[in-house]
Write a new protein. Sequence first.
Length: 227
Amino acid sequence: MSTKTRAPQERRSNALAVGGVVVAMILVIGAGFLVNRLRDSSQDIAAAPAGSTEHGVAIGDPDAPHQVVIYEDFLCPYCGQLEAASGDELARLADEGKVYVDYRPFDLLRTDYSVDAANAFAVVLDVSGPEVAKTFHDELYADQPAEGGPYPDADWLVAKAVEAGATEDDVRPGIEDGAQEQWVTDATSAAADAGVNSTPTVLLDGRFFQDGRTMQEIVDNLVAALE
């Protein structure tokens, strides 16, 4: 093979090698960013105990030996990852009486969808009760939109609420009109007052939980602490 034939192939091989290194670096940086967000304990979190505020929905026995509080934004992709990894396990442990879990959505990302989804959650909680609101919460994460949009409209939120067990006539007006936007504002203020400035923020028995290097490892260690 001549030098002229070999040179383009070598350049292509080198380009592929460099591209692979760049992709690997992006993955490492992304993983590190996620872990740092979850492990940032540079501030004190002074959250109210699970079930003690109106800005969330709690599952399990209030007298369980452990409490978990999760601050979240319905658009936050890391919150979606946390829910996918932990939702079933936390529900199981709550059913077994081992933990009382309080999910507290608020508007961290300052997007229309963050407000609209939290408003819809508060409407469902108000008119359909905590069980339906928790199911709606889970549905929102199961079909979470991309952080950059496009974002679902009010009709989509109403349909999700109905799938969760709400009656359309009960929830549509509040979802369309933003009837609980003050609830969202208050929930956001309460999170800020507690010292929460990232999502997801997970508290175990009142203390910031940060044990793990990946989302799955963090969830596995959380579940182990609750067993």
